[in-house]
Design a protein around this ligand. Sequence first.
Ligand SMILES: [Zn+2]
Length: 64
Amino acid sequence: MAEFFIEISAQDNGDHLIHKSDCSLLPAKEAIYYLGSISSISSAAKKAGERFARPTGCSQCSPG
Ligand SMILES: [Zn+2]
């Protein structure tokens, strides 16, 4: 399990990046939404999809 967060603001292309809690690219806590302790990036993306239109794994911490 890992703790996953998603960026509240979208990237220029509309994607909302998902990060693990230890990612060096994780924004300040005011700019992220806690998704929970989740087993995989695919499960985290599915959960994020309930709230954000285009969740995408961060290329550094959550590729694929
Ligand atoms: Zn990341």
